[in-house]
Design a protein around this ligand. Structure first.
Ligand code: SF4
Ligand code: SF4
Length: 490
C-alpha cells in the first residue's frame, strides 16, 4: 500500500526569517511528491494542530512530517493516533537558529533535512510490538532491610502485589542494631529514635505484600514480565513476577585487617560494634574518654579506596549520644576530612558546639596500650605537630562494602549475580540509569549500588520500585524499558 505522507513546515520561531518556507514546501510537493504539504506560522498552536488533524482525516494520511523545532519539545502536541507515524525534523535549532538567515547554505541545509525526513518515512513502518502472554504484574523485592521494606510498601501502595524475601528470621536489617538514627530532617540537631518497627508493621498490614522470612532464593529464571522465582524456607514455593528490586544491602569492612589501628584489642571497636554495645547495654555506662578514628580502612589504597559517605555522620551521632549518656565524658574525633553530605552539615555544626567533643585533622601514627589506657599517636596536620591522646576506648569508623547479588541465583549463562563495578557495587550507568542493572527487569536499590544513609536508601527504594513498575508496564505494551525507553522495534 502506498504511503500517504503529509509534510508540515513551521515558519514560527524565526524559521520563516532564516528559510524560504514556500520554496521548501515546493520541494516537498514537486521533488518528493508527498500527498499534502502545508506551511503554518505556528504549528504548535491550536490552529496548526487542527490543520494537520483535518488533513489526516480528509486525506487518510498515515505518515506526518513536522519540519519545525527539536523533536525533544512539543511532544505532547504532535501526538496523533497510534497508527500515524510522526517524524520530526529539526529546522529550528539545527538550521534557523545556528546558520545565517537567508543564506543559500541555510536553505540547502533545511532542504536536506526535509529530504532525509521524507526518505526515512518512505522506508520505515510503524514497529509492531512483541507482546508476550501471561505477563505477571507481581514484583519481587530481595532484602528485608529499610530499603527493601520501603520498596515493598511503595510498590504495594501503587497497587502491585509484592513478594519480599529476607534470609534472616527478622525483618529490619541494620536498623535493628542501631541505638539511634542520625537526624535527617531540619533542624538536624536531635538524634532520631529507630523507626523500623512502624515500617515493619505497615508492611505486615498491607494485604498486597507477601512476606517470606528465613527464605533463600534457589533460582531465578526467565525474563522481564515472566521471572520464575523458586523460594525455599523449609518448603519450596514458586512465584512468577514481572520485575525484581534487589536491596541486599551492605556489610562493614573487615576490621581484622586494621590491626595497625589497634583492632584486636578489646578496647578497640568498630562503629557497628560500638552501636550494638550501647544498644544492648542496660546501664549504658560508657568509658570516660573515647576516641574515634575516621576513615578507618577507607580512602586508603590498601583497603577501601572510596569514601563511604556515612561514617562521619555515624561518628557525629555516636559522639552526641555518648555525651548525652555520660555528661562527664570526653570525645575525640580524628579525621582526614569530615564529610557530612548536604544538609547533614547542619548536624556537624551542631555537634561542634559541644566543647567536650574535640575534633582534629590528622594521621594515626600508631596505637599502643599503656596500663589501662590506649595511647594514640597522631600526626596532627592542623597544627603541624605530633600529638598523643590517652583514651579508654577507640571506635573505628569503618566503611561499607556491598553484599553483592550472588544470592539472586540467576539461572543465566552470564552468572548468578548482577554485573558489578570495580568495588563490587552493581551498576548500569551511575548517572543516567542509577537503578538499572545490566539485567533488564532487575533493579538495584540502596547501599548495594552505592554507600548511602537511611534517608537516601528510602528514596532510592522508591526510585528502583518505580523502575520495576515501569518495566512491567512497558513489557505489557511490548516496549523496551531502557535505554531506548518506549521503543517497540527492539
Ligand atoms: S515551537 Fe515549534 S511548532 Fe511552535 S512555532 Fe516554534 S517552531 Fe513552530
Ligand atoms: S564518610 Fe568520613 S569517615 Fe567515612 S570514608 Fe568518608 S571521610 Fe572517611
Amino acid at each position: 500500500m502506498d504511503k500517504k505522507v503529509g509534510v508540515y513546515i513551521c515558519s514560527g520561531c524565526e524559521i520563516g526569517k532564516a528559510i524560504d518556507v514556500e520554496k521548501l514546501s515546493q520541494l516537498a510537493s514537486s521533488e518528493q511528491n508527498v500527498t499534502v504539504c502545508n506551511n503554518h506560522a505556528s504549528l504548535c498552536s491550536v490552529q496548526g494542530f487542527d490543520l494537520i488533524n483535518n488533513d489526516i482525516e480528509k486525506e487518510s494520511l498515515d505518515n506526518i512530517i513536522i519540519a519545525a523545532c527539536s523533536p525533544r519539545v512539543k511532544t505532547d502536541i504532535f501526538d496523533f493516533t497510534e497508527n500515524i507515524l510522526v517524524e520530526r525534523t529539526n529546522i529550528r535549532e539545527q538550521v534557523a537558529w545556528c546558520m545565517e538567515q537567508g543564506e543559500e547554505d541555510t536553505q540547502m541545509a533545511a532542504e536536506d533535512y526535509l529530504r532525509m525526513a521524507i526518505t526515512k518515512v518512505n522506508n520505515i513502518d510503524i514497529p509492531k510490538p512483541f507482546i508476550a502472554e501471561n505477563i505477571s504484574s507481581d514484583i519481587l523485592v530481595v532484602g528485608g532491610g529499610i530499603t527493601g521494606i520501603t520498596a515493598a510498601i511503595e510498590g504495594a501502595n501503587a497497587g502491585y502485589k509484592v513478594h519480599i524475601v529476607e534470609k534472616e528470621e527478622k525483618l529490619g536489617g541494620w536498623l535493628n542494631k542501631l541505638y539511634k538514627q542520625i537526624p535527617y530532617s531540619a533542624p538536624y540537631s536531635q538524634l532520631k529514635e529507630i523507626e523500623i518497627n512502624e515500617k515493619i508493621k505497615e508492611l505486615q498490614q498491607n494485604s498486597l505484600i507477601e512476606i517470606h522470612t528465613s527464605a533463600i532464593i534457589k533460582e531465578i529464571s526467565g525474563q522481564p514480565g515472566q521471572f520464575n522465582v523458586s523460594l525455599f524456607n523449609g518448603l519450596e514455593q514458586n512465584v512468577t513476577v514481572g520485575s525484581i528490586v534487589t536491596a541486599t544491602g551492605w556489610k562493614p569492612y573487615d576490621a581484622s585487617k586494621l590491626s595497625h589501628l589497634g583492632y584486636g584489642n578489646p578496647k578497640v571497636l568498630t562503629n557497628v560494634e560500638f552501636e550494638e554495645l550501647v544498644k544492648n547495654s542496660t546501664e549504658k555506662e560508657l568509658p570516660k574518654n573515647i576516641l574515634f578514628i575516621q576513615c578507618a580502612g577507607s580512602r586508603d589504597k590498601d583497603h577501601l579506596p572510596y569514601c563511604s559517605s556515612l561514617c562521619c555522620g555515624t561518628s557525629l551521632k555516636q559522639a552526641t549520644y555518648i555525651r548525652e549518656l555520660s555528661p562527664e565524658s570526653n570525645v575525640f574525633i580524628v579525621y582526614k576530612d569530615i564529610r557530612t553530605l548536604g544538609l547533614y552539615e547542619e548536624f556537624y555544626m551542631e555537634v561542634q558546639k559541644d566543647d567536650q567533643i574535640f575534633f582534629t585533622k590528622g594521621e594515626i601514627q600508631g596505637v599502643t596500650e599503656n596500663n589501662t589506657n590506649l595511647n594514640v599517636s597522631i600526626k596532627d596536620t592542623l597544627i603541624g605537630d605530633d600529638i598523643s591522646i590517652s583514651v579508654d576506648m577507640i571506635v573505628l569508623a569503618t566503611g561499607m562494602v556491598p553484599n553483592g547479588t550472588e544470592d539472586l541465583n540467576l539461572n543465566y549463562r552470564l552468572g548468578k549475580g548482577l554485573p558489578e563495578l570495580k568495588y563490587n557495587f552493581s551498576d548500569s550507568h551511575f548517572i543516567c540509569f542509577p537503578y538499572e542493572t545490566r539485567r533488564t527487569g532487575i533493579y538495584a536499590a540502596g547501599s548495594l549500588r552505592s554507600p548511602m544513609d537511611i534517608a537516601s536508601s528510602k528514596s532510592d527504594a522508591c526510585g528502583a520500585m518505580l523502575k520495576a513498575i515501569q518495566s512491567i508496564e512497558a513489557t505489557k505494551r511490548g516496549e523496551s524499558v531502557h535505554p531506548r525507553s518506549g521503543d517497540k522495534s527492539y
